[in-house]
Design a protein around this ligand. Structure first.
Ligand code: ATP
Ligand code: MG
Length: 429
């Protein structure tokens, strides 16, 4: 027997009953970003593997073990993008849109791919919305990115469920001095570190701070603190950011162990976390990456950005039952026609209605059927009204408008008065 066809583990279909919530989420974010002056950019889903190695860093979880990498027919090594920043930087460099120091405030949306262990809130194909800002180096723009996500949480009704964690990784100079101090400290406790941390100590010591191992965490309690190694520039930047968050009334906690998974961050790093989703609690994460563009071959260009995980935010909306009622109704009126002549008149009438009321959500019955079956379908569609067209109506050039959700009596409305009538009784969302 042949094996039935299935989607790849960790890669999900988003079914018709879920897409209204996705579209509501996506359009809410898109409108907000428009309103703050961010412009959308769309990058390919596949890039040369080299791009991610050079930007994300060879000794990160993503590059070491999570990438979907394959050879194409030319023998080039390609990778399904695991995140958006690298491709975005590649695109702005390739098109020279930041090269003269121009400011760019960009956003993107789309699927990302990481070979991780699938579980709630963690998938192999998942979706992010991200922002990247180039050539603005002050704390004001770091603050704006946080302020706009805070506003978004407010619009979505999830503000009370998320918490902002903040840290500064300093400039590369101050991070270098800190790294030395940390390596010295950890080397003295080498035999007590877990295996992963022992390895990271050699390849990417800051990542040891990120460990989930309890024994290593206990040792880290006495480790040197990044905050004590910040130079004046980093400190002033961080104070500037905190002052702005205070002014905007956004609560935060400083988390000295927040280092983020990727190599390229500097100064500000932040995460929005929730305790409502179990282990996969980070819904949005970002930070400043002032050295990245130059590292990728561009002129010195500062950058700062974030990415939010759409699946986790959708899960949070569902968990908190913050799903607006109007998104579940997708049909305003359902037209039932009985007999060939009524079907023809119904088609002409419905197209005329679509001209007159462009936002009307009108579903026309297809496949004919008895009174009973058409009404059943009309009701199931969620429509507010059924429009009924039979021989009697046709003879009088009227439509019977039957409320399906208990709002009043059935009425007979003349063909040429129907658009005006529907406009008054259907409140568009
Ligand atoms: P985590 O620590 O949860 O693995 P990360 O640091 O790898 O997250 P980022 O690369 O910063 O994640 O991506 C930004 C956001 O994208 C995360 O905060 C999360 O909301 C989402 N995200 C990351 N990986 C996944 C995944 N495999 N499945 C679903 N969402 C994800
Ligand atoms: Mg990860």
């Amino acid at each position: 027997m042949s094996k039935s066809l299935q989607a790849i583990r960790g890669m999900n279909d988003i079914l018709p009953e879920q897409t209204p919530l996705w579209r509501y989420f996506e359009s809410t974010v898109a409108r907000l970003l428009d309103n703050y002056g961010y412009k959308q950019i769309r990058m390919p889903i596949v890039e040369f593997t080299e791009l991610f190695k050079r930007s994300i860093g060879e000794v990160t979880d993503i590059v070491e073990k999570e990438m979907y990498t394959f050879e194409d027919r030319n023998g080039d090594s390609l990778t399904l993008r695991p995140e958006g920043t690298a491709a975005c930087v590649r695109a702005v460099l390739e098109h020279g849109i930041t090269g003269g120091g121009q400011t760019q405030k960009l956003w993107y949306i789309g699927p990302m791919f990481r070979h991780e262990r699938p579980q709630k809130g963690r998938y192999r194909q998942f979706h992010q919305i991200g922002c990247e800002v180039f050539n603005l180096d002050g704390p004001d723009i770091d603050a704006e990115l946080i302020v706009l996500t805070w506003r978004l949480w407010g619009q979505l009704g999830i503000r009370d469920a998320v918490k902002l964690e903040l840290n500064s990784l300093g400039t590369s100079e101050s991070r270098g001095r800190y790294r030395e101090a940390l390596v010295e400290f950890l080397s003295a406790h080498l035999d007590k570190l877990d295996e992963d941390s022992q390895r990271r100590l050699k390849t990417n010591p800051l990542r040891v701070l990120d460990t989930k191992n309890a024994d290593t965490q206990a040792i880290l309690v006495d480790a040197p603190k990044m905050a004590d190694y910040l130079d004046d520039e980093s400190r002033t930047h961080f104070e500037g950011l905190k002052a702005r968050l205070d002014a905007a009334g956004i609560p935060y906690v400083i988390n000295p162990k927040l280092v983020r998974g990727l190599d390229y961050y500097s100064k500000t790093v932040f995460e929005w976390v929730t305790d409502k989703l179990g282990a996969q609690g980070t819904v949005c994460a970002g930070g400043r990456y002032d050295g990245l563009v130059e590292q990728m071959g561009g002129k010195p260009t500062t950058g700062v950005g974030f990415a939010m995980g759409i699946e986790r935010l959708i899960l949070l909306l569902e968990t908190l039952e913050q799903i607006p009622e109007e998104i579940s109704r997708q049909v305003d009126v359902y037209l039932c026609a009985f007999g060939e002549a009524a079907e023809l008149a119904g088609l002409a009438l419905s197209e005329q209605l679509r001209d007159q009321l462009p936002s009307l959500r009108l579903q026309v019955n297809a496949g004919a059927g008895s009174f009973k079956s058409q009404f059943k379908k009309a009701d199931k569609s969620g429509a507010l009204y059924a429009l009924i067209l039979g021989d009697d109506e046709l003879a009088q050039q009227v439509v019977s408008v039957k409320p399906l959700r208990g709002q009043g009596e059935q009425q007979s409305i003349a063909f040429d008065a129907l658009a005006a009538h529907l406009a008054t009784c259907i409140v568009q969302g």
